[in-house]
Design a protein around this ligand. Structure first.
Ligand SMILES: Nc1ncnc2c1ncn2[C@@H]1O[C@H](COP(=O)(O)OP(=O)(O)OP(=O)(O)O)[C@@H](O)[C@H]1O
Length: 443
């Protein structure tokens, strides 16, 4: 196996000599990439932006694998990491300190209260997070954040960790996703190291567990988490949890965990309104040190109303586009960038209204039927399918979907989603119908 620099050099030069790739394209995508490491047959490549990462994954990865096979004589998988071109170069001491913090606690140094923009959708969650940071372990324990994807649950959870560490640097903070907790637990069983596992999770002052909905169905992990929870709670250690839904709606979550999750405070985060989205973009422009007119920020915030991760993605794309074009950012350029650089799925722009109209046509019912209350099967099934698609293809929260379906409760939406998802396993007619509808929605 060649070393990673050598292998990359061969691949890079193959791209350079590839007649199907223009010089401009080579310069834009390949020349700006550099190798980082080669481990377990994964060649990690550093690229300047998420735009580059998307492009590599969608358009160049296949060729990369072909070339790599020619030179290394084995399958090599590419992995892309983004180097932040605007990141300030902190001095070494600070870098080392941040690194240590991230190593020990797994906290992302960007996710602090300072960088968190508040608006009506997250005000309560923000206030609760601040309160817990000032008085951990007693006030709201556990603190439970729930809400749709990319709305800042993880960010707030990390902010609590940073703040508590700032107030008391000796605090032992641990952040994990529920998946990491599960994997750690399984490993400890396999290696007969349960004591080590217990001391890792029970000797902390603040435990942050992200995305606990993934505990659904995992009985043994739930059992273990229950004991971790009890140990920490009884010792008045703060626990913060996040999930995409409220505890009662996490399928197959033990009743005693559901009730414990509700002991403290549960707060939801809902999607940001236009003003908050603009404020978030403005903060980001300041942090990245780029000059963007207010009118352009409003334009971007208007285009992306789903979630904050998407909003940040759009902004990164526009910045990368401006860099590639060597142009300043204007509304016109932002519009171009969002149009020509939308590599994402073409389902990204699907709205609930569009889904309702396509589903109504497909099943020969009306949109009012879908939004209404009639319980006949010929309407109930299309209604549930439309709710399923709304949950699957859009970033709207459950309550929002409920509202769009004539003011239904979000539990009705969850029920519809779960039912269609279960039926899809075996029902071929349903699989075909959903397939047809998705292709229509893509068109
Ligand atoms: N209010 C906010 N102000 C500034 N940035 C925000 C805010 N909310 C979210 N973000 C940013 O949006 C991105 C997504 O947020 P985060 O990862 O916290 O979402 P999440 O709710 O945990 O999503 P998931 O359910 O996918 O885990 C992050 O980069 C975060 O910093």
């Amino acid at each position: 196996m060649p070393d990673y620099n050598q292998l990359w050099e061969q691949i890079r030069s193959a791209f350079e000599n590839d007649s199907s790739m223009s010089k401009a394209s080579y310069n834009a995508w390949v020349a700006v990439a550099s190798p980082v490491s080669l481990k377990n047959k994964i060649l990690t490549i550093k690229v300047p932006s998420s735009l580059h990462k998307d492009y590599w994954e969608k358009h160049l990865a296949e060729k990369f694998i072909e070339y790599a096979y020619q030179f290394a004589d084995t399958d090599i998988t590419p992995a892309f990491v983004i180097k932040d071109p605007n990141a300030p170069d902190p001095d070494k001491a600070q870098q080392a300190a941040e690194k240590k913090e991230e190593d020990d606690t797994q906290l992302n140094s960007r996710y602090t209260f300072d960088t968190f923009v508040t608006g009506s959708g997250n005000q309560m969650a923000h206030a609760a997070a601040l309160a817990v940071s000032e008085d951990p372990g007693t006030l709201y324990n556990p603190l439970f954040f729930y809400g749709g994807v990319g709305l800042g649950k993880t960010h707030l959870m990390h902010a609590i960790g940073h703040q508590i560490l700032k107030n008391n640097p000796d605090t032992r903070v641990k952040y994990v996703t529920s998946e990491t907790f599960t994997n750690d637990f399984i490993n400890s069983l396999q290696k007969n190291r349960q004591d080590e596992f217990h001391s890792k999770y029970r000797n902390v002052d603040l435990l942050l567990v992200d995305d606990v909905q993934f505990f659904a169905d995992k009985e043994a992990t739930q059992e273990e988490f229950f004991h971790t929870f009890e140990a920490l709670y009884n010792a008045e250690k703060q626990i913060v949890l996040t999930s995409d839904r409220i505890p009662n709606e996490i399928p197959k979550l033990q009743e005693r965990l559901v009730s414990r999750f509700k002991w403290g405070l549960s707060v939801d985060i809902t999607p940001p309104n236009l003003e908050t989205r603009i404020a978030i973009l403005r903060e980001k422009a300041i942090a990245d040190n780029v000059d963007i007119p207010d009118e352009t920020l409003t334009f971007i915030a208007d285009q992306v109303d789903s979630n904050i991760r998407e909003l940040e993605g759009a902004m990164a794309r526009i910045q990368a586009y401006a860099t590639l074009q060597n142009a300043t950012i204007t509304t016109e350029l932002a519009g171009e960038a969002l149009r020509s650089l939308s590599f994402g799925s073409n389902l990204a722009h699907v709205s609930i209204a569009l889904i309702q109209s396509k589903v109504a046509d497909y099943f020969h019912v009306t949109v009012s039927d879908l939004k209404g209350k009639k319980r006949v099967k010929s309407i109930v099934t299309p209604r549930q399918i439309a709710m399923y698609l709304a949950r699957d293809l859009t970033d709207n929260s459950l309550p929002q979907i409920g509202t769009e379906f004539g003011g239904k409760d979000h539990t009705t939406v969850i029920h519809a989603y779960e039912k269609v998802k279960d039926d899809l396993e075996n029902d071929e007619d349903l699989q075909r119908q959903i397939g047809d509808l998705k292709s229509e929605l893509k068109a």
